[in-house]
Design a protein around this ligand. Structure first.
Ligand SMILES: [Zn+2]
Length: 210
C-alpha cells in the first residue's frame, strides 16, 4: 500500500520554515496553533458582544456584523460605487434609501420596530445608528436571559428588514410589516423555547411567552 509505506515527513524548524508549531504544548504541528500564529490579531471591537454570542442564529449574526459597520449595499452606497439605479426605498417607496432611512426613518420599518418594542421590550430606534449600537453594547452587556432575548430580537429584526427589502427589489414580493413581525416573533419564540434550562422567574416566563 502506497499510503502505508509513505514515510512521515518531519519538517525541521529553520530560518526558511516558520516555527509555527513551537508554541504548541508538545511542539508538534496543530492547525489551531498555526492559525493563531498566522492570523492578524486585531483589537476586539466593543460591539462584538451584541453580534457574536452563543445561540444566535448564524445568518442573523453575519448580517448584523455587516450592518453594524454600515457596509450593507444600500442604494446610496451603490450610487457611490458608480452603480446607478433607482435610489428609492423599496419598502415605503417615498424616500431615498440609505442605511439610516432603512433602519430608522422608513415608515414601513418603523411599524416593525414598534411591534418589536411592544412585544420584546426593545426600545424604539430613535437614535442614530452608531449611537444606538453604542447604547445596546453598554445596556445589553452580560449573559442574562433578558439581554439574550433583546440581542436575539435586535439581530432578527435587522435581518428580516434587510431580507424583506431584498425580496421586494429582486423578487417583486411584498409583505405587510405585520407579517414580517410575525416571522421575527416566531424565530425569537422558537429560540427562547429551546432555552428551557433558564431560571423560571416571572420575567423570564413573560419574555418566553411574549
Ligand atoms: Zn422607506
Amino acid at each position: 500500500m502506497l499510503l502505508a509505506s509513505t514515510p512521515i515527513v518531519e519538517v525541521i524548524p529553520s530560518k526558511s520554515n516558520p516555527k509555527i508549531w513551537l508554541d504548541s504544548p508538545n511542539q508538534r504541528f496543530s492547525v489551531k496553533v498555526a492559525w493563531e500564529q498566522l492570523r492578524i490579531h486585531n483589537q476586539m471591537v466593543e460591539w462584538h458582544d451584541i453580534v457574536w454570542f452563543k445561540n444566535i442564529v448564524p445568518r442573523h449574526s453575519f448580517l448584523l456584523w455587516v450592518a453594524v459597520q454600515q457596509k450593507l449595499t444600500t442604494q446610496d452606497r451603490l450610487h457611490r460605487f458608480g452603480i446607478h439605479g433607482p435610489n428609492r426605498c423599496s419598502l415605503c417607496l417615498r424616500n431615498n434609501e440609505d442605511h439610516n432611512h432603512l433602519f430608522f426613518e422608513c415608515s414601513y420599518t418603523k411599524a416593525i420596530w414598534w411591534d418589536v418594542h411592544d412585544r420584546c421590550d426593545i426600545p424604539r430606534m430613535t437614535k442614530g445608528w452608531d449611537e444606538w449600537i453604542r447604547w445596546a453594547t453598554i445596556t445589553w452587556h452580560g449573559k442574562s436571559f433578558i439581554n439574550f432575548s433583546h440581542k436575539l430580537g435586535f439581530a432578527a429584526t435587522v435581518y428580516y428588514i434587510w431580507q424583506e427589502r431584498n425580496a421586494k427589489i429582486f423578487a417583486g414580493m411584498a409583505r405587510t410589516s405585520n407579517l414580517v413581525f410575525d416571522q421575527i416573533k416566531c424565530i425569537i419564540r422558537d429560540k427562547l423555547d429551546l432555552m428551557r434550562n433558564v431560571l423560571p422567574t416571572d420575567e423570564n416566563i413573560r419574555i418566553q411567552r411574549a
